[in-house]
Design a protein. Structure first.
Length: 660
């Protein structure tokens, strides 16, 4: 017998897997991907257990989801053990409803039951079993309770058979019933739902007037079907939870005493602002700028050393230029910021793991709800100040569908760490005495942009809003194990970007800049391939720059690759690799960026901050929105907003200039 173990991340899958299999494990790779695969034999049986990757759904937008889904559909396991974290049951059951659509029996291992009481939760397991119509065993993988019962149930084969409950509203169920008869083989219900969702991975058989069916449903729901299906799943889950889960008040504890200060009606916001200010002051200010200089010096030395050593070996001029002016300059400009980011990630992880973040989110919930957001939107916004990609992914904790989608689209407006260099470059050159003030103003502007956008988007986005936040983790001493792992993961992924995406685009820029269309090396920059590409689009930026500049155009376009690349690109184009923080060389009167004045500089920065985010973020948005249409909407909305704002800033700046 072949058994698959499926569940969310951090639901205790690995702990249970190890318990069930003892030491009978084999670790390999999933065919075709680099994800780790664990297989083992359940103790006292000859059943094979396969640990699927941690997933939240079976919509294959991530490698994990795709692998899990392929395994379930193609390898035909005889049984699924679905491990569910009983302390966040609503989120976990989303996957459960999808698993139950397959033609495979499901046993739910309801995990973490040891801490239910502390969380003030009581779960009526029998009732839950009846509502979901599948077998449930309450366990604690950590305390090793319920494991024997679980194994006994598997061996007895007396678990409930999966008979596909109808969980959706009548219209959707009718549509599923229309589609199913045209399908062959197993998993008809699952595939029918996927076809209705227009899942690209399934090829649709000839179903008469299928398109009509879909467009009728969409008209009815006022959303695309994928969203309607997700909404109805949640409605079903919420209904079940109301019947089977009781939430108790856990009484006064030390957390509530701390809240008297941190969540005091008058003090909460000022304290929050001071804390965030300190975080930025430490990370970007004091320690940060010191470390940036350090790393910058390191790269300057590396670049000199490389140039002279390569010259010793008679390396050709173009290769030296590629390595020093292209690779070291481009990658170095980005790696400069690693120490700052490590400090920033460290401080934010501490705020998260102590529980402070969740509680301030609770405090802001009521205000944010009025904007169509959730208090939990705060977390993606704050994480997003490091990098929008994890920021966008942090929206997963937001329950309300509408609030989650809006947060996904608004998070990239927060100036992420990659936008810091852009702000620093322009502010320190054009506003040398007020660069701190200008940066602070830009953050403030970001908040205003988010508020205005939220008010606009509120009318475009349908879907349910989440309930008010009621579940609050207690304050805890920071868990440094978690903090270090978190900081390490984020830092490594940032460095990886520098080694891959930034490296690649720096080389590309160097190449396009060094060669003409006739592939002659060392032509004047104005004859380079890059210049001609920039010239093609430079009219777009004319209204905010007052100048047709190919250099500024291609630099801004490269913000799509990575926002750091705007500065790297300007540095490479200005023919100067090294300390760009002063900006003196980039804007030198004989250089390609001499036309910048304070008003178009400000406008250009504003455009780059608020336009479509980098490609990695766009990917994350697509994944979390689960809709290409909405992702396109987001990009157009962001870029349009940024363009209008940039143009407005330019003209207001000019006006002020005339008046003064
Ligand atoms: P996975 O990501 O699903 O593989 O989850 P892990 O097995 O790595 O568990 C995540 C965390 O939850 C670990 O810190 C475990 O010690 C903890 N954990 C797992 N099962 C239980 C449980 O039944 N009760 C409690 N309190 N913690 C658990
Ligand atoms: Mg694991």
């Amino acid at each position: 017998m072949k058994i698959a173990l499926a569940g969310n991340q951090n639901s205790g899958k690995t702990t249970l897997f190890n318990l069930l299999t003892g030491s009978n494990q084999k670790i390999g790779n999933w065919p075709g991907v680099t994800l780790e695969q664990k297989r083992g034999i359940i103790i006292g049986t000859d059943y094979e257990l396969i640990d699927l990757p941690g997933i939240y759904s079976l919509s294959p937008y991530t490698a994990e989801e795709e692998v899990s889904r392929r395994f379930l559909l193609e390898e035909k396991p005889d049984l699924i053990i679905n491990i569910v974290d009983s302390t966040s049951i609503e989120r976990s059951l989303y996957l459960t409803t999808q698993l139950l659509e397959l033609d495979i029996d499901v046993i739910i291992a309801l995990n973490m039951t040891d801490i239910l009481k502390k969380k003030g939760l009581v779960i009526d397991v029998e009732r839950l079993e009846k509502e979901l119509s599948t077998s449930i065993v309450a366990i604690s993988a950590l305390k090793k309770t319920g494991i024997k019962e679980l194994i006994a149930l598997i061996k007895s084969k007396e678990y409930r058979k999966n008979y596909h409950q109808l969980i959706f509203g009548p219209n959707l169920e009718k549509a599923i019933a229309r589609v199913s008869p045209y399908l062959k083989g197993n998993h008809k219900r699952f595939i029918a739902v996927k076809l209705l969702e227009r899942d690209p991975l399934f090829e649709s058989p000839q179903i008469p007037s299928f398109e009509v069916l879909i467009s009728e449903l969409e008209k009815e729901f006022g959303t695309d079907i994928e969203e309607a299906v997700a909404n109805q799943r949640y409605e079903y889950i919420v209904g079940i939870i109301k019947k089977a889960v009781i939430v108790h008040d856990v009484g006064v504890n030390s957390s509530e005493k701390l809240d008297k200060v941190f969540l005091n009606k008058w003090l909460a916001l000022p304290i929050f602002v001071v804390i965030m200010f300190l975080v930025y002051y430490l990370a970007v200010g004091v320690i940060g700028s010191f470390t940036v200089d350090l790393v910058d010096g390191l790269f300057a030395a590396l670049s000199d050393w490389t140039r002279s050593s390569l010259a010793k070996f008679n390396t050709s001029e173009w290769l030296i230029s590629l390595i020093v002016d292209g690779i070291i300059a481009g990658v170095g400009a980005v790696l400069n910021f690693v120490p700052q980011l490590i400090i920033l990630f460290f401080l934010i992880a501490i705020l998260e793991t102590t529980g402070y973040m969740s509680r301030i989110a609770f405090f802001l919930d009521r205000v944010f709800k009025r904007l169509g957001l959730s208090g939990k939107s705060l977390i993606p916004f704050i994480v997003g100040s490091g990098c929008s990609v994890p920021g966008v992914m942090a929206t997963r904790t937001i329950e309300g569908d509408k609030e989650r989608r809006m947060s996904i689209i608004l998070t990239p407006f927060i100036p992420c760490s990659a936008k810091l260099p852009i702000m620093a470059l322009f502010a320190s050159y054009f506003f040398p005495n007020h660069s701190g003030l200008v940066s602070a103003f830009l953050y403030f502007l970001a908040i205003i942009v988010i508020l205005i956008s939220a008010l606009i988007m509120k009318f475009f986005f349908k879907g349910n809003s989440g309930a008010y936040i009621s579940e609050l983790p207690n304050y805890k001493l920071p868990n440094f194990g978690y903090v270090f792992r978190d900081v390490k993961d984020r830092a490594i992924s940032f460095i990886k970007r520098a080694g891959t995406i930034i490296l690649l685009s720096s080389v590309t820029i160097w190449f396009l800049l060094s060669f003409s269309w006739r592939f002659e090396y060392g032509v004047p920059v104005d004859d380079s391939i890059l210049a001609s590409i920039g010239n093609l689009f430079s009219w777009v930026f004319y209204p905010m720059l007052g100048e047709l500049s190919w250099g500024a155009t291609v630099s801004a376009i490269q913000g799509l690759v990575a926002k750091e690349q705007v500065v790297s690109s300007m540095a490479i184009i200005a023919g100067f690799a090294g300390d760009v923080s002063e900006g003196t060389m980039i804007f030198s009167p004989s250089g390609p960026f001499s036309f910048f004045t304070s008003s178009n500089a400000f406008a250009f920065v504003v455009f780059n901050l608020f336009s479509a985010p980098c490609i990695a973020t766009i990917g994350a948005m697509r994944q979390e929105l689960r809709s290409t249409k909405q992702m396109m909407f987001a990009i157009i909305f962001q870029t349009g907003f940024a363009w209008v704002l940039g143009v407005a800033v330019y003209w207001i700046g000019n006006l002020i200039g005339v008046l003064l």
